[in-house]
Design a protein around this ligand. Sequence first.
Ligand code: GDP
Ligand code: ZN
Length: 293
Amino acid sequence: MPEGRIVKALSGFYYVQTTDDLFQCKGRGVFRKKNITPLVGDFVSFDIREEKEGYITEIKPRTNELIRPPIANITQAIIVSSAIMPEFSTTLLDRFLVLIEAKGITPIIFISKTDLLTKEQLDTLKNYQADYVSIGYHVELFSAKVPQDMDRIKGYLKDQVTVIAGQSGVGKSSFINTISPDALIKTADISKSLGRGKHTTRHVELIEVNDGLVADTPGFSALDFSEIEAEELMNCFPEIRELKEHCKFRGCLHAKEPKCAVKEAEENDIIPKYRYKHYISFLEEIQTRKPRY
Ligand code: GDP
Ligand code: ZN
């Protein structure tokens, strides 16, 4: 039975890419009855009916899935943060990082609009870059107006399924257009289209860019932690994850507990103070959120 990956969903059809061909497929009734909806990014088996048409018969297990955009099996997310306009914010960056880590997706940090910085501002930014690199993240300073090191930057996309994340206006579309002038990422401000009552049926597509696939719709537009538990949060901070074994108490949340290795590392400037501060404020946000029904 042929197998492939769904690269586009539109009007009830799923477009399945195999090694050499694209097939227009329908889901089978059995999925609807079981409440399983095929997603863009799914690996599927299908039955060929007509020359380039078929029926999806099986969806392979997913490594992860997003609701917005509805997409599965993402391997990495590029977080675009602007250096300026809007102002660079480690709080916002850390929010994106946590949400992406929680999905088991590898984050890569791109800081855009570096052409607009003064020498002093660039130096400050490079200090932040060094902090995040020391945590283990890839961090690229980037300008869509004066693109440099494009081979290395394009290299990130190869063999990956990438979702671009970042608030509106940071330069997500400019970034993609710099990498691949014919792959237009949707520019629509997601937060606007999420207003209540508005229907959000958008078609989603994975576009081939530089031997990889990139979602044409930005991801991680909802920045709340409603799906993350307090005990999980520490695992979304690699530097905390690494230290937690050394805390005195099992189940230490690294907040007010005594003999906490994370707190000690923060006091000794081994982990950045602002990262720890964000951890605590996210933890409080999770602990005080209203229960969901
Ligand atoms: P998006 O909403 O994240 O897709 O952001 P856009 O790509 O639409 O960019 C928002 C604005 O910032 C546009 O006016 C872009 O021309 C501008 N912009 C994006 N990247 C850069 C950059 O690297 N340097 C400068 N100077 N402007 C940029
Ligand atoms: Zn601790």
